[in-house]
Ligand binder design. Structure first.
Ligand SMILES: Cc1cc2nc3c(=O)[nH]c(=O)nc-3n(C[C@H](O)[C@H](O)[C@H](O)COP(=O)(O)O)c2cc1C
Length: 334
């Protein structure tokens, strides 16, 4: 089978700066083996000239894993694609959807939607420099442009360049006047536009993204699209990954929160020995008890013991007491 078809993108966790780092991805993998994971966006120049071990390294457990890159220099994008392949990433994804000012200044992200020819050249040079799939994450429009014909022709240019998988955030980007955070809420979601794109391009793999919060919504999107990509919900409520395993992947053997914490502690112990700070790992677990009894106790415990820059690993020894109390309290309710 063509390697490009091997990746299961039915459900992916969206790339999120300051969130989906290697520790968060390891934590997520304890709850889901089947979702596809994406790194935070890495600028081409950082990947090429920065501390590669620090910026790009990952552990085997995180796979399948895509590196998301930001850039618009063909040579740099080609170089990073090759680096990603050599390091063992399963996919390289180009960011064509971020509207932040800094990203625009460096000419990558959503502002590239205005330059389909340049995007085509960039993707083509990526495709020609590696054998892993090159995918693109973009939005349905920008500023005043929310137009099916424009989007369709933009995506066709991407396809002609050799990219067959597109993550489509179902809201446009406003490039001037809105903060990145406002750009995730103010422009209206338009799922129909994404469905129409899939209908018009049955050979393109279309992954829909934006505002997905329920299993029923995932199921409904999967009727129209090839996959869904979920961001904020998973970061706020990571144990929702177990719901996804149960209800979307039909996986009947899933861990409890207690088992997840036990495994994470083993990882924590190993990582602390090689110099990782306790808070760099535990900060991703704040939402583990989202919507559960004991959620406040969990957050209080983390903030009192494990969120400071110099938090001591020894403090984690008491964590299982909180976990077991929560487990009991939630079982009584059921
Ligand atoms: C904190 C945060 C950081 C983000 N960083 C990135 C990023 O690095 N690259 C990217 O393509 N999108 C980024 N996004 C956008 C998400 O990938 C996703 O498209 C967006 O949150 C909509 O999906 P959701 O409604 O499921 O959260 C970020 C979003 C958030 C909330």
């Amino acid at each position: 089978m063509d390697i490009k078809n091997k990746i299961n993108r039915k459900v992916s966790v969206a790339p999120m700066m300051d969130c989906t780092d290697r520790h968060d991805r390891f934590f997520m993998r304890l709850m889901s083996k089947n979702v596809m994971l994406y790194s935070e966006m890495v600028a081409t120049k950082s990947a090429i000239h920065g501390d590669r071990k620090k910026i790009l390294s990952f552990s085997e457990e995180e796979k399948p894993l895509a590196l998301q890159v930001g850039g618009s220099d063909k040579k740099e994008l080609a170089e990073v694609s090759k680096i990603a392949e050599d390091m063992g990433y399963d996919e390289i994804n180009i960011n064509l959807g971020c509207p932040s000012k800094k990203v625009q200044k460096n000419k990558f992200g959503a502002c590239l939607m205005k330059e389909p020819d340049l995007v085509g050249e960039c993707i083509n040079s990526m495709v020609n420099s590696c054998k892993i799939p090159v995918t693109a994450k973009t939005r349905i429009g920008f500023d005043q442009t929310e137009d099916f014909e424009y989007l369709n022709s933009f995506l066709n240019q991407i396809k002609m360049a050799g990219c067959n998988t597109i993550m489509l955030h179902a809201r446009k980007a406003i490039l001037k006047g809105l903060s990145p955070k406002q750009n995730l809420t103010i422009p209206k979601l338009n799922y129909q536009m994404v469905y129409d794109i899939k209908k018009e391009n049955p050979n393109l793999e279309i992954i829909i993204n934006g505002g997905i919060t329920k299993i029923e919504e995932i199921k409904n999107h999967l009727v129209h699209c090839d996959g869904v990509m979920i961001g904020r919900l998973i970061y706020q409520n990571p144990f929702f990954l177990v719901e996804i395993e149960k209800n979307i992947f039909n996986n009947k053997k899933n861990p409890t929160r207690e088992e997840v914490v036990k495994q994470l502690l083993e990882y924590l112990e190993k990582e602390v020995k090689i110099g990782t700070k306790v808070n760099h790992i535990m900060r991703h677990t704040v939402g583990l008890y989202h919507g559960q009894i004991g959620s406040k106790d969990w957050k209080r415990y983390l903030s009192n013991n494990m969120m400071a820059r110099d938090s001591d690993f020894q403090k984690s020894k008491h964590i299982m007491t909180i976990v077991q109390n929560n487990e009991k309290a939630n079982q009584v309710i059921v």
